[in-house]
Structure formats: structure tokens, C-alpha cells
Design a protein around this ligand. Structure first.
Ligand code: ATP
Ligand code: ASP
Ligand code: MG
Length: 334
């Protein structure tokens, strides 16, 4: 059932895009393609510099990312997950996994040491090959992942809204030449705050399973969608069945951020893992901290950097924002 929904939703997104040429590796690019790539790369530098300084100046501590750990994001059950293979290997007699997202590390670090933290974290997700043509999936990408102890969903959403608005405003001031060259100067407009907020259950009632495709064509500015059934770590009200979480959708491009208020109670986390067939033994530390009452309430989110830069630069394929494109189904030398 979940799988059918996945395919309907994402295929719809794929079909709504014109057929896009796959980004090629650097050594095969023509002079003009190199010029464009270089321009996108300068915008990427600006975006990274701007975002990290906004987080740091708002009191967030900057964590370096990790690559191999026993626990990582299960990426399940997410109605849109499409993982072909999990990257796992044995080291020193233990099984470790390539980081799918820093969520578990964020929850632990935020509870124990840094009440406000962020990381630029490489994520490895071996997406199914057919996602190579979605235009928005790479099999390696970077999240600006952040978490705040005792924050509410609303706190996180307003912070993100401020960050995005300041970014657009500053980009237009400082990167005007690049945006003009990319044909994005006029269309990239600072959104009004607060962004609109929709409930996924209501969108589905109104538009059916293809609600996202419909939204992406209709919106001119970023919008929030809340109440998304997702992984065990997002907060679910067992009484109402509602999820206190959110995605941020960008016009034409789709989801650029996912996040939520988090579960921290041992009993609830355990119940959700059992219900969702998530292997508890892969999350023993998190469960132990929760049982000891050391896991703290928090909320946070992760911004897909390449998707954000795709939207800003008008890239037709996310691989255009990567110097070394990691396109599902295609493995280049670098
Ligand atoms: P989608 O449904 O679009 O495949 P997701 O909901 O599975 O994405 P999340 O697990 O919520 O993705 O990841 C957090 C953020 O990381 C997403 O909002 C997106 O910006 C980014 N992201 C996720 N998967 C990819 C990918 N394969 N390539 C590039 N960015 C991604
Ligand atoms: N970064 C996401 C979050 O904070 C987790 C994910 O990658 O799905 O919720
Ligand atoms: Mg998501």
C-alpha cells in the first residue's frame, strides 16, 4: 500500500518535468557548460557561507559530520523513501552504516551537550535508478541539518522562514550578475512571512495522492506541509493520529526540507519501532538514553543544500549543482 503511494506521487513529479539531459562529468563539459557550472558553484559558495553564518550568529554550534556509525536514519517508513541498497560494512567486528542523515547524532548531541546545533552532513542514499530522471535526487547529497532543544515546530518554521528570506534578499544584492546570467534574477523573489501552512491529510482529501504535483504547479512561493506520517523520531499524537512535523516545498522543485518536533519518551519510541518494523538493536544507544530520561524534547530540520541551490539557480537537474554529479543509476569516475 505504502509502495503504491510512493510510486504514484514521485512518478507524477517526474512526468511533470520535461525530459532533461543528464548532467555530465566535468571533463566532458564544453566551454560554455563549464562557465555555467562555475557560476552555479559561486552561488553554492555564497549560499553555504550565508547559511552557516546565519546559524552560527544565532547561537548554533557547528558539528563536523560523521560518515560511519552503527545507528543512522532508517529512512523508513517514509511514504516517499526509495532506497535500493543500504551501505553497510564490518569494521573492528561491528556493522556500521554510511550516514543516511545525522538525525540520531543530532538527537543525542542536542540532548547531552549542544542545545542548538547544526551540521553540513554528507548523506548517502542509494536511490533507485529510476530516480535519476526525477531531477531532484542524487545518491550523495548534503543536508544542513539542525536541532534545537525544547523548541516547538513553530519556532523552527519561523527561524527557517527568516533564514530563507534573508538569503534571497542578500543573494539578489550580492550575486545579481550570476542570477542574471542564470536567468533567475527576476523570478527569484523574497517570500512573504509567514509562509502558508497546509495539512497533508487535507491536501490528500482535496487533490488525492498526487497532491504534491498539483501544489508544485500552483504555488509561487515556498509553502509548508505538516502532518506527514514518517520515521519514528518525529512526534505523533497517538490520540489524534496527527504528526507534528513539516516539509518545506519549493515551487516546481518540491521538498527542500523535512523536520519536526521529536519523540523523546522511551515507551513511545519503542512502540513506534515495533509497529514500523524498525530494528531496535540498531538504535540501542538512543533507546538507552530515552529509558534513562536523558533524551530531551527538541525540534529541528534538514535542508537539502543541492535542492535549495537548484531552485535558486534554476537547475534542470540536481546534478548540475554538484561538481561531481551523483545521479541515481550512473556512476562516473569521480
Ligand atoms: P524525497 O521524498 O524527495 O525523496 P525524503 O523525504 O525521502 O525526500 P528526507 O529524508 O526528508 O528526504 O531528507 C531531508 C532532506 O534532504 C529533503 O527534504 C531533501 O531536501 C534532501 N534530500 C533527500 N533525499 C535526497 C536525494 N536523494 N537527493 C538530494 N537531496 C535529497
Ligand atoms: N534531517 C531530517 C530531520 O531533521 C531527517 C531526514 O533526513 O529525514 O528531520
Ligand atoms: Mg522528507
Amino acid at each position: 500500500m505504502i509502495k503504491e503511494q510512493v510510486d504514484v506521487r514521485k512518478d507524477a513529479l517526474v512526468l511533470s518535468r520535461e525530459l532533461v539531459e543528464m548532467p555530465r562529468p566535468l571533463e566532458l563539459l564544453s566551454e560554455s557548460e563549464i562557465e555555467k557550472k562555475h557560476c552555479i558553484s559561486r552561488v553554492m559558495t555564497y549560499v553555504l557561507k550565508h547559511l552557516t553564518s546565519q546559524f552560527a550568529s544565532n547561537g548554533f554550534e557547528w558539528l563536523l559530520p560523521v560518515i560511519l556509525s552503527q545507528s543512522t536514519d532508517p529512512l523508513w517508513p517514509d511514504q516517499c523513501a526509495s532506497i535500493e541498497k543500504r551501505v553497510e560494512l564490518e569494521i573492528y567486528g561491528k556493522t556500521v552504516r554510511a550516514t543516511a542523515s545525522m538525525i540520531i547524532h543530532k538527537l543525542v548531541a542536542c540532548s547531552i551537550i549542544s542545545p542548538k546545533l547544526f551540521s553540513l552532513s554528507p548523506n548517502v542514499r542509494i536511490e533507485k535508478s529510476e530516480r535519476g530522471t526525477s531531477g531532484v535526487h542524487a545518491y550523495e547529497f548534503t543536508q544542513l541539518d539542525f536541532e534545537v532543544r525544547n523548541a516547538s515546530s513553530r519556532d523552527i518554521r519561523s527561524f527557517v522562514e527568516g533564514v530563507i528570506c534573508r538569503l534571497i534578499e542578500n543573494l539578489k544584492e550580492d550575486m545579481g550578475e550570476e542570477l542574471l546570467y542564470l536567468g533567475r534574477y527576476d523570478d527569484l523573489r523574497k517570500p512573504r512571512i509567514p509562509f502558508e501552512l497546509y495539512d497533508k491529510a487535507e491536501l490528500e482529501k482535496e487533490y488525492g495522492v498526487q497532491w504534491e504535483k498539483r501544489m508544485l504547479c500552483e504555488i509561487d512561493y515556498p509553502v509548508w506541509v505538516t502532518n506527514l506520517p514518517r520515521e519514528f523520531y518525529d512526534f505523533e499524537d497517538f490520540q489524534s493520529g496527527k504528526w507534528d512535523n513539516y516539509d518545506l516545498l519549493l515551487p516546481q522543485y518540491g521538498e527542500v526540507l523535512s523536520g519536526g518536533k521529536r519523540e523523546f519518551e522511551f515507551g513511545k519510541i519503542g512502540k513506534k519501532m515495533e509497529r514500523d518494523n524498525v530494528r531496535k538493536e540498531n538504535y540501542s544507544l538512543l533507546l538507552r538514553l530515552a529509558e534513562e530520561g536523558r533524551l530531551k524534547p527538541s525540534a529541528g530540520a534538514g535542508i537539502g543544500i543541492e535542492r535549495l541551490v537548484s531552485w535558486i539557480t534554476g537547475a534542470k537537474h540536481i546534478g548540475e549543482t554538484q561538481l561531481f554529479p551523483k545521479i541515481p543509476g550512473i556512476v562516473y569516475d569521480l
